[in-house]
Design a protein around this ligand. Sequence first.
Ligand code: NAD
Length: 546
Amino acid sequence: MYEKPEVNGNHSAPSGLALLRDPALNHGTGFTEAERDKHNLRGFLPPHVHTQKEQAMRVLERLRAVNDPLEKFVALNALHDRNESLFFRVLCDNIDEMQPLVYTPTVGLACQKFGHIFQRPRGLFIGANDRGRIAQLLRNWPYQAGIIVVTDGERILGLGDLGANGMGIPVGKLSLYTACAGVHPQLCLPVTIDVGTNSAAMMQDPFYVGLRQRRLTGAAYDELLDEFITAASEVFPGVVIQFEDFANHNAFRLLKKYRDRICTFNDDIQGTAAVALSGIFSALRINGGKLTEQKLLFLGAGEAATGIADLVVAAMIAGGLAESDARQRCWAVDSRGLVVKSRTDLAEHKLPYAHDHARVGDFLSAIKALKPTAIVGVAAVGGTFTQQVLEEMARINKQPIVFALSNPTSQAECTAEEAYRWTKGRALFACGSPFDPVKYEGKTFVPRQGNNSYIFPGIGLGAITSRARSITDEMFMVAAQTLAQLVTQADLDQGSLYPALPRIREVSAHIATAVAECAYKNGLAGKPRPDDVAADVRGQMFDPNY
Ligand code: NAD
């Protein structure tokens, strides 16, 4: 074994073939003449030295010659395994094009086919049979992890239980941490807890990578998770642990159990909340409304809806409302109709939004009864913001807030075109899936995705750089405010509620600074406040250039 480089440079490089085979250090044909001499690379490489820019163009040429997104995913993965800096350079410089390939929607397909496209392992798999030796297993990881993204594979995107195949999610998400916020790749540890799967399709797939057993439940599940959390905190002191794609029945519970004990958050709940709240702030800049006067109606009452509602309530309280008044401004319709107090079938996370009201069966009737200023679609049921729904919203409001956040595109509540056409160009619209600009009566609208990647990379970077002991609601609130402040007047004029995605590293640096300031202010930081927090954050961002 040769010595691994330390984080933030200071490489004591291996030489020759070993160097070319180390993705963290390999520059391929980008090695200069001097480097070729110094590291015994002569003969292994063709003579011409390419710039990194030329190498990136070569990657893009090959990638664009392929039509199938899964094949593009495989090619990008292979690049990640070969030359990490070049991989991140390509991602950073083409984030609009690459994000849908390394993350949603392509990553969903990649998880379904995980065993079929498997080449090299990345991250750590912790199985039900590793009980009692998880700390030992974590010590096999050669770096000091700063952030772990962990899944148990039970609710992968909208695809359900994919078991250990869910590993594509932590891997993809951590690539975005590096691409969007410059979190150093060696600080990033993807983890999949393989507690089994209840999916018959996985069990029957000869290439399935996980344990062939039904999911652990109850105490056996909790004990395994607890051993993992305890071991991770011991082996990597101060590590940020982000929960990802756990099913409802574990997601809320685990977050509640661990959020005050370790530095942790759940992006499906809290990251979504911050990105949605930020979109609301931007919409209010356009229609001149006040947050405390809004009434939100959610379609769906799961992780996204509850997360958004909780943060909106926190922001309304910060704006002067009493908690009960704030909650009264958030309503939800689930698959059985309006969530109201008299219902006896409600899961615990819905109870804070079960208000006194007669039962209402469908979404349109709920809009007519409640007259919301904003509708937020997070039920993963396509086409539910119908013409009638949107016309009714436009009748009640001069400029209604319409967020169709469900993924993938086939599940979107409405298209951007429908949102603008059916509200006569008055909707303040954000989406969960990408939509092209829309021309309506001579005006071009540029809808932007309320993508969590505007938020979680900056949250993670801020927590790492300040060595935060926990991640609070206030941090998500300041992240939402910071993101909204970065939306320009030109963005708003074209109906964009978020900044352009290519500004993402700048956005993340601002969010990380705000989050870190929050940690210093509240005594949650693990180091003294540096004089220049923004410079401290930027100084720790990984630069993929060579
Ligand atoms: P979830 O499974 O936790 O919640 C889904 C909810 O929808 C449940 O409460 C369910 O009862 C309800 N539902 C199902 N069918 C319904 C119907 N016909 N009518 C009304 N309600 C119905 O899932 P989640 O994590 O909350 O995600 C929901 C959707 O939001 C997904 O499509 C996800 O991709 C999307 N999402 C988007 C973003 C984003 O754009 N930034 C972030 C997170 C989630």
